[in-house]
Design a protein around this ligand. Structure first.
Ligand SMILES: O=C(O)CCC(=O)C(=O)O
Ligand SMILES: [Fe+2]
Length: 222
């Protein structure tokens, strides 16, 4: 399931993050790439420091409060947010994200996310291209909008040819490991909310709530 979520950040948060990003010193992104992803990774990333932590906490709060993200992804662990920058000539070629991340505590990457931080009209290229069963799909979202997609996919960031592309990226271990089960729960959640909006609490609504809760109980990996 690939989902685009608008307005993860409000304009104030976006402005604040943007001003911090433009005053930060970035490093070669190869430092955090797996051994073979290094071959195709050509971008810049922020090292962990106080400023990065401040921005991470803004993004984490935004993810916590976003109901669509919570329902679609069911996060158990979110890896520390990485802030990346692509200048003209930079790209991240086709790769798949590491299945397991971290050192002492391992996180399984179920879902990858890209939160776009630059206005799409401010740079050329820099699309996120995902290889799906329907073919290659290309995403270049508004600043403040985010895409979540299966970490199991091959994907790439195409070469930026003009301007600067800033983005925040991370990986999530979901409470629901199986993507098919996650989608069923998401559909049920969406349906019961719509039913509630139309008719309020009815016996049918109660039954969907019961089924939703029981499937969550059955499938939750906690
Ligand atoms: O910047 C993006 O949209 C994705 C980056 C990516 O694929 C990665 O860092 O693994
Ligand atoms: Fe990736």
């Amino acid at each position: 399931m690939i989902i685009c979520i608008d307005n993860i950040l409000n304009s104030e948060e976006l402005k604040l993050i943007h001003s911090k990003l433009t005053n930060s010193e970035f490093r070669d992104g190869k430092e955090t790439a797996g051994w073979y992803a290094k071959e195709v990774k050509n971008n810049l990333q922020l090292p962990s420091n106080e400023l990065t932590e401040e921005m991470r906490s803004i993004v984490m709060q935004a993810l916590q409060r976003n109901r669509l993200f919570q329902a679609a992804v069911r996060p158990k662990i979110i890896r520390p947010i990485i802030f990346s920058r692509y200048e003209p000539g930079m790209y991240y070629g086709y790769h798949t994200d590491n299945a397991l991340m971290g050192n002492e505590v391992l996180t399984r990457s179920d879902v990858s996310l890209t939160l776009f931080l630059s206005s799409p009209s401010s740079y050329v290229g820099g699309e996120l291209m995902i290889d799906t069963s329907l073919g290659e799909q290309v995403f270049k979202l508004e600043a403040g909008s985010m895409i979540v997609y299966p970490s199991s996919t091959l994907h790439q960031v195409t070469t930026v040819t003009e301007g600067t592309r800033f983005a925040a990226i991370s990986w999530v271990q979901s409470i629901i490991r199986d993507p098919g089960e996650r989608e069923i729960l998401f559909d049920l959640e969406t349906a019961r909310e719509a039913l509630f909006q139309k008719h309020g609490i009815t016996p049918e609504f109660d039954l969907i709530c019961k089924t939703h809760a029981n499937l969550l109980r059955k499938w939750a990996d906690i």
